[in-house]
Design a protein around this ligand. Structure first.
Ligand SMILES: Cc1cc2nc3c(=O)[nH]c(=O)nc-3n(C[C@H](O)[C@H](O)[C@H](O)COP(=O)(O)O)c2cc1C
Length: 380
């Protein structure tokens, strides 16, 4: 247990609403990121960014992953949903992340669902959210990304996660993804078609093969710079449904798959009722993230690797909180990982701890680079 887990987290969790706290953190990071990017850079913001880097970054050549022609300084990224408008950008690298996936952004700005919409399930080391893609829209994200570019910060790849606006009918979803991709194409290093959030009515039905293929094909046809395009899937799909998506991904030569988004399952949760609403967890809408999602998302990674014979890069996300969790997903087949909920519970030292733990695992296994561990569980 470190200082964050012993003192800071109990105080914050006891006193602060999760969405309010997220807003405060984002405001601070946004300030540092913007001030760091002005010319000449603000001295104080520069000093803060350097301090963060010194405290939270862990570098080791054995962890540098090269994928789609991009260098990821380490395999642990920030998952989508934290920096929905792309306000912090490269500064996530100073917090120890090897990349950051921004968004979900939609073509139309939208407020998301009414609060309360984010809940901690502390007994389960989990969260329930039904944010509903609250974001400022693709054009504002494009402005933000242009503003917060900074040559002084450690360079990390930036992913952009695209969703459908609530006002857009499902039958017109393709137009939304197309317009957002058009606005942001030049500003992201990889792109994610999110059809797996449980919090936009009907969104997950876009995982159906005909609809998904139409969206993905449209983006691939526009993709003049050949940026990697990935699809993010739900953990609640049946094996046959996952395989149908993989067939499309392989057929269209997508960049890869992100496994997985939050789950609508409530199985195995210790939390029975949300204290804030007094309602049974079964009746509360939203997706569960964190520890309860861990084994299902790892199972999905195994399935993807097995079905595609390791040919499709996988970004694994769901319940990663330790080096053991990270290793499990990497050996199941994930080339990269993303975290959200675990970072909230473990605190800012988490990336460094996980990365140091991964290096120790490589040494134990006699491996000289992380890429040799990807899919290791499948090699008898
Ligand atoms: C509050 C919150 C908001 C999220 N918003 C998004 C989102 O906008 N788009 C998305 O693709 N995933 C979103 N996610 C899902 C995460 O990106 C991730 O797939 C999921 O939480 C599993 O990872 P974790 O267990 O490390 O949190 C969100 C998760 C949380 C907890």
């Amino acid at each position: 247990m470190n200082l964050y887990q012993q003192i800071v987290r109990p105080v914050l969790f006891a006193t602060a609403d999760p969405e309010w706290l997220h807003g405060q953190l984002m405001a601070s990071l946004r300030y540092v990121s913007r001030q760091r990017s002005v010319s000449p850079p603000n001295f104080v913001a520069g000093a803060i960014a350097s301090q963060l880097e010194a405290q939270f970054c862990f570098r080791d050549e054995r962890l540098v992953q090269r994928l789609w022609g991009l260098d990821f300084p380490n395999p642990l990224g920030l998952a989508a949903g934290f920096d929905k408008n792309g306000e912090v950008g490269q500064l996530w690298g100073a917090l120890g992340f090897g990349f950051a996936e921004l968004g979900t952004v939609t073509w139309h700005p939208q407020p998301g669902n009414p609060p309360p919409r984010l809940f901690r399930l502390v007994e389960d080391q989990a969260a329930l959210n039904r944010m509903g893609f609250n974001n400022c829209g693709a054009m504002v994200m494009a402005e933000n990304l242009t503003q917060v570019r900074s040559p002084q910060l450690p360079k990390i790849p930036i992913g952009v996660n695209l969703g459908k606006s609530k006002v857009t009918p499902l039958d017109d979803a393709m137009g939304d993804y197309r317009d957002s991709f058009g606005a942001l194409q030049a500003l992201g290093d990889y792109f994610v078609v999110n059809v797996s959030s449980p919090n936009t009515p009907g969104l997950r039905s876009l995982q159906a093969p005909e609809r998904l293929e139409q969206i993905l094909k449209t983006l691939m046809d526009m993709n003049a710079d050949a940026k990697p395009i990935l699809v993010k899937i739900a953990p609640d799909l049946e094996t046959t449904e996952i395989r149908a998506i993989l067939d499309i991904a392989l057929g269209l030569k997508l960049g890869g798959v992100i496994a997985t988004n939050t789950t609508i399952s409530r199985e195995g949760l210790k939390t029975q009722r949300l204290a804030k609403t007094g309602t049974s967890i079964q009746e509360e809408a939203g997706g569960i993230s964190g520890a309860p999602l861990k084994s299902r998302s790892t199972q999905v990674i195994h399935e993807i690797w097995h079905y595609t014979e390791g040919k499709l890069p996988i970004i694994g996300t769901g319940g990663v909180a330790s080096a053991d969790d990270a290793w499990e997903k990497i050996t199941a087949g994930a080339s990269l990982l993303e975290v959200y909920t675990g970072w909230i519970y473990q605190g800012p030292a988490m990336p460094k701890q996980i990365l140091a733990g991964l290096v120790a695992k490589l040494e134990q296994q006699g491996l000289s680079h992380l890429s040799q561990a990807v899919g290791l569980a499948h090699r008898g």
